[in-house]
Design a protein around this ligand. Sequence first.
Ligand code: ADP
Length: 161
Amino acid sequence: MTTAVYPGSFDPVTKGHLNIIARAARNFDHLIVCVMVNGDKHPMFNLEERVEMLRRVTKDMENVEVDYSDALLAEYAKEKNAHVIVKGLRAVSDFEREFQMALINHKLNPGLDTMFLAAEHQFMYLSSSAVKEMGRYDVDLSDFLPEEIIPDFIARIHQAK
Ligand code: ADP
């Protein structure tokens, strides 16, 4: 069985993330979407909320599991017996950081490869931070966020106001 890990902060999960999840799930027997705990110290959604929203939007994808971890990604993959990390690449701006991370992860765990999926053109510009920015204004979010989590997002924006 081939297991792949798709790591990220998913604060919150966007349609761009979901597109990568669906495509990766078609290519591996088992896909673990893992919310990595390190990173932004002031996320919009806490860890449990991000995990729960991911579970909600992937509930019909049978080979997709949602997890979280504060471990080093290379160690986490080893623990899960995963040999592939999946990453989405939007633009050249993603490349340098992702390439560096891929080399480091391979060095830390030589059995681990990183595979990049090119973003689909309609999601090229989409990031969680861009959606948070747009959320401050009254724009239609249906092209950016999975339907199921739009109410959570709007409620959080109103709380913050
Ligand atoms: P962001 O906050 O930039 O959306 P995350 O850390 O949650 O990022 O992203 C996790 C992974 O998903 C990264 O590999 C990132 O490149 C990828 N990703 C994020 N948004 C998209 C998108 N719109 N299309 C393709 N891949 C994406």
